[in-house]
Each structure stands twice: as C-alpha cells, then as structure tokens.
Design a binder for this molecule. Structure first.
Ligand code: HPA
Length: 275
C-alpha cells in the first residue's frame, strides 16, 4: 500500500470514531500540557473519550498526562480539549505524536491552542510565568513531515513564517493585560528529552535565541502549519534552568499546579474573545 494511504486511513479512522460519539463540530482545539490538564474539568455539556478507545491515538505514558479527549463547551464556545499528550521520548514516531493534530484538523478544528511546561532560559522569567510562543527552534533533529508528502494534508514545503498567529498572540496579550497576568512572550526550543538539559546545552540553547525549552509542541506545530491551522502556543515556565540548575519532573508538575488558576483565567479569557 502507498504509505500515504496508510496515514490517511489512520487519521480518518480516528476522526470517524470521535465523530460517532459527538453531535457538535468545534472549531477550537486545546492541548493541555504537563500538570495543566485539570482545567479540562471546566468543560460543560461534555463527552469524555479516553485516548485508549480512539483507534490509533498515541497514549501518554508520562505522569501528569491523563489521556482524555473532552468535547463540550468552554465560555459558551464548542471546544475539543486534549487532556495530556504523548511525547516523542516515549518511543512514538513523529507521525504518532502528531496524529491527533491531523485528526483535529479532519474534525474541523481551525484554531489550535497548544500548551506545555517548559524550562526558562531568559533571565527575566521566573517559575510560574506564562510565555506566549512567538516562534520556535526545532532541536528534535527530526521532522514529522519527513517522508512522501500527501498533498491532501498540505504542501511538500511548508512556510513557517507567521506560524504562531499574530492575532491570537495579540488576544492573549490583551487577556494578560485585562487580568494583570504579566504573561511574557518568547521563543520556545523543542528538544526530544527525556533528559533535561546539561548546563552546556542550556547555555547553547539560550545562545541560539531561545527563551524556554521543552520536550513537545514543535512537532505538533509543524503538522498544524502543514494543515493550515491557526496556532497559539503557551508555555508555563516551571523552572529556571540556568539560575537554579537541577530539575525534576515532580517539580515541573508541582510548579504547574501552583499556577493552575492563572492558567485557567488566561485560557478562558482567550476563548471568550472573538478568535
Ligand atoms: N527542560 C526541558 N523540558 C522541560 C523543562 C526543562 O527544564 N521544564 C519543563 N519541561
């Protein structure tokens, strides 16, 4: 079989399964990162589908990632919320970790809000800060679009200028001002993990222009750009890599949990606006 057919078949199969469980057609998709998943419980009129039941969906194995798709309403808008995500470091392929993006696109999503936890490299950032992603640097040394291109998903060569939608970033800044959230903006570097950075790597990643580093988002955003989705990326800065040094996953989850209310205010404030 043509490998492209295989990919398309899997995406269609996942999307058909989800469609069979819902009656709505949300245009907004939200992915909740490490320690940020609890706000999915704010969704009303909800249907909750375990990733384990969705054909082909990658199951998150990292603690802090639950693995449920919520479909319902937030601020009176229809939304899909992915509570947790699978990561490349878990052994999934680049195609595997990005399949949910293609599925959301197939289901009619136009705006994708991608969140994550990240280590701060910029001196001006402190744990508990949020950062609107302005741009990214791909340090995965891999790319989910490698392989034969299926033009039905998107073009062979994908423009990556303006990927992080300016209007959506402005809306996030507006909510930050209105709610006094002091949200920062910066560049996210995505690396495979699962190790955290050595001091030399942290210095290097900072020198090449990143303000924060994490282990997700970049592959998803590349596929979102291929699928012509409008993307908003938000990082929760859970640790300051160069200032504090040692980091543990538990600390990341604890820090993300501490700012849960602020995160909820930001995301709900954004959804409320005319995206
Ligand atoms: N490095 C990479 N990923 C992360 C970090 C970090 O310091 N903190 C949270 N996710």
């Amino acid at each position: 079989m043509d490998p492209r057919e295989h990919i398309r078949e899997q995406v269609k199969e996942s999307a058909e399964f989800i469609k069979s469980k819902i009656t709505t057609k949300p245009k907004i998709g939200i992915i909740l990162g490490s320690g940020l998943g609890d706000m999915a419980n704010d969704v009303t009129k909800k249907t909750v589908i375990s990733y384990e039941d969705i054909p082909n969906f990658p199951i998150p194995l990292a603690p802090g990632h639950k693995g449920n798709l919520f479909v319902g309403e937030l601020e009176n808008k229809e939304v899909f919320i992915m509570q947790g995500r699978a990561h490349y470091y878990e052994g999934y392929t680049m195609f595997g970790v990005t399949l949910p993006i293609r599925v959301l696109s197939e289901l009619g999503v136009e705006v994708l809000i991608i969140t994550n936890s990240a280590g701060g490299l910029n001196d001006k950032f402190s744990p508990g800060d949020f950062m609107i992603i302005k741009d990214h640097i791909n340090l995965f040394f891999n790319n989910p679009l490698i392989g034969r291109n299926d033009e039905r998903f998107g073009p062979r060569f994908v423009n990556m200028v303006g990927t992080y939608d300016e209007k959506l970033r402005d809306i996030a800044k507006m909510v930050s001002d209105e709610e006094a959230l002091n949200v920062k903006e910066g560049i996210y570097a995505g690396a495979s993990g699962p190790c955290y950075e050595t001091p030399a790597e942290a210095k290097f990643i900072s020198l090449i222009g990143a303000d924060a580093v994490g282990m997700s988002t970049v592959p998803e955003v590349i596929v979102a750009a291929h699928s012509n989705l409008r993307v908003l990326g938000i990082s929760c800065i859970t640790n300051s890599i160069q200032k504090v040094g040692k980091v543990s996953h538990n600390e990341v989850l604890v820090e993300a949990k501490k700012v849960e209310d602020k995160f909820r205010t930001l995301i709900r404030g954004i959804i409320k606006k005319n995206l």
